[in-house]
Design a protein around this ligand. Structure first.
Ligand code: ADP
Ligand code: ZN
Length: 519
């Protein structure tokens, strides 16, 4: 096909690459054929070229909608360095500057225009865009349009109206690295993309090694890790600004070149720290989730989550910032149940409506399951995004050498207790009943009269809780409901109860601590 040959040519001459990455060819081919398209490609997969190359082949202007205001200038500078006529319009410019750029755009001075989504709320701006020969509208981070995504941005909702108002009826290319089935459908519906025109290269990142670490001291782990991986670039994510500052100070005290990043820091400081990281002046960025969207640093070797984020989508997107250059990289989640409580608290305190709150709690449960599964971590993530796959053979679960123990009897105790409690209680109460705790809640509800009361006396409440987490992650139990999820036994749990299925679990050489524990 003629067009594709031209695209190949641009890939080589303008960008200096010999081959397309997976998905790029298919997306570019569809765009050149005039189809609205949804491109789902992993972080670092090379989404930018999917619109930059068509932009160079089309007559007219390609508008790129991107939420990454702080990076727009850098992106545009990089394109200019490559000899591509690009510019941006965002709130960092004065009205005068904006008018000048619009005039230059009308004269045909630019091939690419980057805009922030907030611009599209303004009818004045839409009108100005209407005077440009816009051929293609590329919508980066397109999952932001969906309320079911983890990063919904209301300004994205103005997109579909804006598109309708443009007299050139530009075609649309939506791009994202993170979309569940539901979010992908939502993007297609809102942007008039035929779901058949979805190009999904899959979410697998073969160079990313996933690890979950449980029950270890965060500071110790991080310091040891950084000692072994001295000088490597990496990001450490934490959930609160305070924890970011604490970890940064800890690292700096050990002479590790680290800088903090969170939304509470001055814009100047943030920009400085980001640049220091981008140009390898500091090795480690300690950050909240305010850092990273669209960061094009290819040599990030590791992403450590010192605290668990609220959703698996967010986790995978943040983790995916490691290894954009395709070289082996690590994504490590340090898991402590207390951090789940913290996320729980964030949801409690947020101003979501009930339906979104329910979703948020559910997503947090999925995240908890990821931390507790003993199956392949990559498979877990891909499965969540609706993709079938084989175990990766690389992640910390695939390479876990511990022997799996038959824990069917203990599993049956837990499952029967859940049944006796008529699925009306959550993990805490189930663990208390099983260990025979004697507290007000237990007494008030007469739970000590249950036949399963004290069935696991002598085990610690905490370890029974972990067993419940394991059984939930493994699909024998299901945690249902929002803020205070209650446990129910699933079909495979029922099979275990009937003795039709056994349960195996890899455990450290557990020495059962004796002595009941009060809550
Ligand atoms: P994404 O937006 O999907 O996260 P980018 O578009 O920023 O990814 O691309 C990630 C990196 O891969 C960039 O450094 C880019 O130059 C590089 N890249 C993109 N396409 C190719 C290709 N076909 N061959 C080699 N490198 C590529
Ligand atoms: Zn695996």
């Amino acid at each position: 096909m003629m067009d594709l040959a031209a695209a190949q040519q641009v890939l080589k001459t303008t960008f200096g690459y010999d081959e397309f990455r997976p998905g790029q060819k298919a997306v570019i081919e569809q765009v050149l054929a005039g189809e609205n398209t949804l491109a789902i490609m992993p972080t670092g997969g090379g989404k930018s070229l999917c619109y930059q190359i068509p932009a160079l082949l089309f007559n007219g202007v390609t508008v790129v909608v991107s939420p990454l205001i702080s990076l727009m200038k850098d992106q545009v500078d990089a394109l200019n360095d490559n000899g591509i006529a690009a510019t941006f319009i965002n709130s960092a410019l004065t009205q005068q500057e904006i008018n000048l750029r619009l005039q230059e755009l009308r004269q045909g001075d630019y091939t690419l225009l980057y805009v922030a989504p907030e611009r599209l709320d303004s009818s004045y701006f839409i009108q100005a865009l209407g005077q440009l020969p816009i051929k293609l509208l590329a919508i980066d981070e397109a999952h932001c349009i969906s309320q079911w995504g983890h990063d919904f941005r209301p300004s994205y909702l103005a997109l579909s109206t804006a598109i309708e108002q443009l007299p050139t009826h530009p075609q649309v290319l939506a791009l994202t690295a993170t979309a569940t089935e539901q979010v992908a459908q939502d993007i297609c519906a809102q942007l008039a993309i035929d779901p058949k025109q979805e190009v999904n290269t899959g979410f697998a990142r073969d160079n990313l090694n996933l690890t979950v670490v449980k029950g270890q001291d965060t500071d110790r782990y991080v310091l040891d890790y950084l000692k072994v991986n001295q000088g490597e670039a990496g990001i450490i994510y934490a959930s609160t600004r305070k924890e970011v500052m604490r970890l940064t100070a800890l690292l700096q005290k050990k002479d590790i070149k680290a800088a903090p990043y969170h939304a509470g820091l001055d814009a100047d400081v943030r920009r400085q720290n980001q640049e220091d990281f981008l140009y390898d002046r500091v090795a480690v960025m300690v950050a909240t989730n305010a850092f990273g969207m669209g960061i094009d640093k290819s040599n990030v070797r590791f992403v450590i989550h010192a605290q668990v984020p609220g959703t698996l989508e967010a986790y995978y997107q943040e983790a995916g910032r490691a290894g954009r250059d395709g070289l082996p990289s690590e994504a490590i989640l340090l898991f402590r149940p207390a951090d789940i409580q913290l996320q729980h608290f964030f949801i409690d305190e947020s101003e979501m409506d009930d339906e979104h709150r329910r979703q948020a709690y559910h997503k947090l449960q999925v995240m908890t399951q990821y931390a507790n599964t003993q199956g392949c971590l990559q498979q877990f993530i891909l499965n969540y995004f609706g993709e079938d796959s084989e175990p990766c053979g690389r992640c910390s679960n695939c390479t876990d050498q511990r022997e799996a123990q038959d824990i069917t009897t203990d599993a049956q105790k837990v499952l029967s207790c859940v049944v006796r409690l008529h699925s009306r209680f959550g993990k805490g109460v189930v663990a208390q009943v099983l260990t025979g705790a004697n507290n007000q809640r237990i007494r008030e509800s007469n739970l000590s009269e249950l036949s399963t009361y004290g069935l696991m006396a002598g085990q610690r409440q905490k370890s029974v809780g972990e067993l419940i987490d394991f059984l939930t992650a493994a699909g024998y139990l299901q945690a249902v409901g929002g803020q205070y999820p209650t446990l129910t036994v699933t079909a495979s749990g029922a099979a275990v109860l009937k003795g039709k299925q056994t349960v195996h679990r890899k455990t450290a050489q557990t020495v059962h601590q004796s002595g009941p524990e009060n809550s």
